[in-house]
Design a protein around this ligand. Structure first.
Ligand code: APR
Ligand code: ZN
Length: 361
C-alpha cells in the first residue's frame, strides 16, 4: 500500500512508497482503513526534530477511517465501524485516567502506541508517528486509540478531531477554561489557532483577538469567530483598546515559539491565564522573573491534547459540529492525495491554508 515515510531527521521531504505493508493484527489491535488524514504542523515538527520521533516512521497522527479487522479481546468496535484515531489514548486504569481525571497525560497509552510498530517495507520494521501512521492507506492501532463515532459524520471532518480541533478547542474549553464575557487573545491562526478561536467563541468570550503574521489568516480567523485580527506589531494597540492596557483574561499560544509563549504571559492581566498549546523544542526556553510570578498571580499552563478525554470529547466536539456550532468543513482548505503530502507540508505557512486533508481512495 501507499504510505509516506520519514527516512531521517532532519529532513525536508517524506518518501512516498507503494510497497509498505502491515504486520498481522494481534490481540487488542484494531486495523483501520484510513480514509482521511489531516496534515498538521506537528508532522513538520517531527521532520525538523522539534518533536522527537525516531525514523523510519510513517508520519500522520490526525486521521479517521473504517475498521477493517480487530484482534482478540476487542469488543468496543467491529469491522465497518467508523473511528477517529487518538494519538495519546487513555489506558483507562492508571492514576491519570481515573482519580486524577487527566487522561490526556496517560503514559501507558503513549507507551502502548509505540510498543509494536505496525509497518514493514520488505523485512524492515517501520514505526509510526505516535503510533498512528495515518499517512498510510491502512494502519493498526491499539484498541484504546480507536474511538468510535457515528457513521453519519463525514470522515474528512472527523479526521480533524484527531489532533488539531481537539488540541485547540480543548485548550480553550478544558485547559484555559475560557469564561463567558471574557477577553481572549489567540497567537497563531493556523489549524490549531482557528480551533482555539472556535473554542473561545463556543465558551462565550466577548472579544477574541487573532494574531498572525499573515493578513490572509486574520481575515479567515474572523470567519471562525475572532472579533479582531491583528499582526504582532498591532498587539499593544488592540490590548489598550479592548482592555484599557490591563491585559486579556486569557491568552492561547498556538505556534510553539518561546518568544510568543512569553508574549502570551505578557498579554494577560494580573490573575489572567496564559495557555501554551504550541509545541516547541526541548532545548528552547523563555524566562520569567522571580518577582512577577508572585505579583502577577498569573496562571501559566501547558495544554496537552486539549486536556481532552478522547473517549467523550471526540463525540462532544462532533455534537457541536452537527448542531452548527463548530465549523469543521470550513477548516478544510485543500484536499490532496498522499503523493502531494510534501507540497502540503511545505504549504503549512501559506496564508490560505487552515487544514489540508489527504483523501485516500
Ligand atoms: N507571530 C504570530 N503568528 C505566527 C508567528 C509569530 N511570531 N509565527 C508563526 N505564526 C503563525 C503562522 O503564520 C501560522 O498561521 O502561526 C500559525 C501556525 O499555524 P500552522 O503552521 O497551521 O500550525 P498548527 O498545525 O496550527 O500547529 C500550531 O500547535 O499542535 C501544535 O505542534 C503544533 O506547535 C504547533 C502548533
Ligand atoms: Zn497534530
Amino acid at each position: 500500500m501507499l504510505a509516506a515515510v520519514m527516512r531521517s531527521v532532519p529532513t525536508e521531504n517524506l518518501e512516498v512508497s507503494d510497497d509498505i505493508t502491515l504486520r498481522d493484527v494481534g490481540p487488542g489491535d484494531v486495523k483501520v482503513k484510513v480514509t482521511h488524514s489531516g496534515v498538521c504542523h506537528s508532522d513538520l515538527s517531527a521532520m525538523n526534530g522539534t518533536i522527537p520521533q525516531a525514523p523510519p516512521a510513517v508520519l500522520g497522527h490526525e486521521g479517521a477511517g473504517i475498521v477493517t479487522d480487530v484482534g482478540d479481546g476487542v469488543t468496543h468496535v467491529s469491522p465497518g465501524d467508523h473511528v477517529i484515531i487518538a494519538f495519546s489514548p487513555p489506558c483507562g486504569t492508571c492514576a491519570y485516567c481515573t482519580g486524577r481525571g487527566q487522561p490526556q497525560l496517560c503514559m501507558n497509552g503513549l507507551i502502548m502506541m509505540s510498543m509494536n510498530p505496525q509497518f514493514r517495507q520488505g523485512d524492515e520494521v517501520i514505526g509510526s508517528m505516535t503510533g498512528c501512521g495515518t499517512f498510510a492507506e491502512e494502519t493498526i492501532v491499539p484498541s484504546i486509540a480507536a474511538i468510535k463515532i457515528d457513521a453519519d459524520v463525514p470522515l474528512d471532518v472527523a479526521a480533524l478531531i484527531g489532533c488539531g480541533v481537539t488540541t485547540g478547542v480543548g485548550a480553550a474549553l478544558n485547559t484555559a477554561k475560557v469564561t463567558p464575557g471574557s477577553s481572549v487573545v489567540v497567537i497563531g491562526a493556523g489549524g490549531v489557532g482557528i480551533a482555539a478561536i472556535q473554542g473561545a467563541r463556543i465558551a462565550g468570550a466577548a472579544e477574541i483577538v487573532a494574531v498572525d503574521l499573515h493578513d490572509g489568516k486574520l481575515d479567515r480567523a474572523k470567519a471562525f469567530g475572532a472579533t479582531h485580527g491583528v499582526t504582532p506589531d498591532q498587539l499593544e494597540d488592540v490590548k489598550t483598546e479592548i482592555t484599557g492596557g490591563e491585559g486579556f483574561d486569557f491568552a492561547l499560544e498556538c505556534i510553539g515559539n518561546p518568544v510568543t509563549m512569553r508574549q502570551a504571559y505578557d498579554l494577560i492581566r494580573r490573575g489572567g491565564t496564559a495557555c501554551v498549546v504550541g509545541v516547541g523544542r526541548a532545548e528552547e526556553t523563555f524566562e520569567l522573573s522571580a518577582f512577577e510570578m508572585f505579583f502577577g498571580e498569573k496562571t501559566l499552563v501547558g495544554s496537552m491534547y486539549g486536556g481532552a478525554d478522547v473517549r467523550t470529547d471526540f463525540n462532544r466536539f462532533l455534537r457541536l459540529y452537527k448542531t452548527g456550532r463548530l465549523d469543521l468543513e470550513g477548516m478544510i482548505s485543500r484536499r490532496i492525495k498522499i503523493g502531494e503530502v510534501n507540497d502540503a507540508l511545505h504549504a503549512l505557512g501559506d496564508a490560505d491554508v487552515v487544514r489540508q486533508v489527504i483523501e485516500f481512495d
